[in-house]
Design a protein around this ligand. Structure first.
Ligand code: PGA
Length: 259
């Protein structure tokens, strides 16, 4: 069972919800997301890929099938590999599509994604930045935590004022992404990503963290002085942050700080 905790760290308001198993992790994350949609059904939602959010998407599919949530929200891509054709299974737009957007019948005009093979990458970056400005920014950013502290593809060293751009993936990220696609040769080396400044402007943030491999980086995210070496540490100065985490990921968190 997931349980809520009341204690928060300063100066931001970070709430941690521990969840003991995958099902309760998904339910807790979905409840948090749905609470935001209840206030704003047509919210702009940034959604992540990866193994971590899969129970979250499963819970949202169940909620939708039960008529508990609508499908008026707009998906804004957090990041995307460069150079892949439309429909390639590795495209993050395809991944989130399979897991959530297709089952929820989210129409194409509510899917704002990077054109992986844009002939003019700078124009593509500008298109997303302009879209954000004209659509009022991000209501909720749901993000995962990379083993190296990245959020989206904001790799270590990404300044907190970075905006949408193309980045070169680190060897660590290519190695972890290789597990999704069957080898490093199947992982593109460059990607589009929203920047930390874009994520900092989000009205709500939900960080999803599962597994022992994330314990050390979650501790560093929450306890080291915020700095670009751990990009996710920007969250310490962010308002309206909820972290859903399993016991393995929370293993190095001092309960006195948060619980
Ligand atoms: P994971 O990826 O959920 O597959 O661990 C998270 C990330 O790299 O952001």
């Amino acid at each position: 069972m997931a349980r809520e905790t009341g204690k928060t760290m300063t100066p931001s308001t970070i709430r941690i919800i521990p969840a003991t198993d995958a099902a309760s992790f998904g339910t807790a994350a979905a409840a948090c997301f749905n609470a935001i949609l209840r206030n704003k059904p047509d919210a702009v939602a940034v959604l992540p890929t990866g193994i971590t959010p899969l129970p979250f998407y499963a819970a949202l599919r169940d909620n939708f099938a039960a008529g508990q949530i609508g499908n008026q929200f707009t998906y804004l891509a957090l990041d995307e590999y460069c150079g892949l054709p439309d429909g390639d299974e590795r495209r993050f737009a395809s991944w989130v599509g399979r897991e959530l957007l297709d089952p929820l019948h989210i129409p194409a005009w509510q899917r704002v994604t990077f054109n992986s093979r844009a002939s003019d990458p700078a124009a593509e970056v500008n298109r997303i930045e302009t879209w954000l400005i004209t659509h009022g920014g991000i209501d909720v950013a749901v993000i995962g935590l990379g083993g190296n502290g990245h959020v989206g593809f904001n790799e270590p060293g990404s300044a907190f004022d970075t905006r949408t751009r193309i980045v070169t993936l680190t060897a660590a990220t290519i190695a972890s992404n290789a597990e999704y696609w069957g080898g490093t040769s199947r992982v593109p080396t460059q990607a589009f990503t929203l920047g930390i400044a874009n994520l900092r402007a989000a009205r709500h943030t939900i960080l999803l963290v599962r597994g022992a491999a994330k314990a050390a980086i979650l501790r560093r995210t929450l306890t080291e002085p915020p700095n670009p070496a751990v990009p996710a540490s920007y969250l310490q100065h962010q308002n309206n942050v909820t972290i859903i985490a399993d016991p393995a990921a929370l293993a190095e968190i001092d309960p006195a700080l948060f619980f």
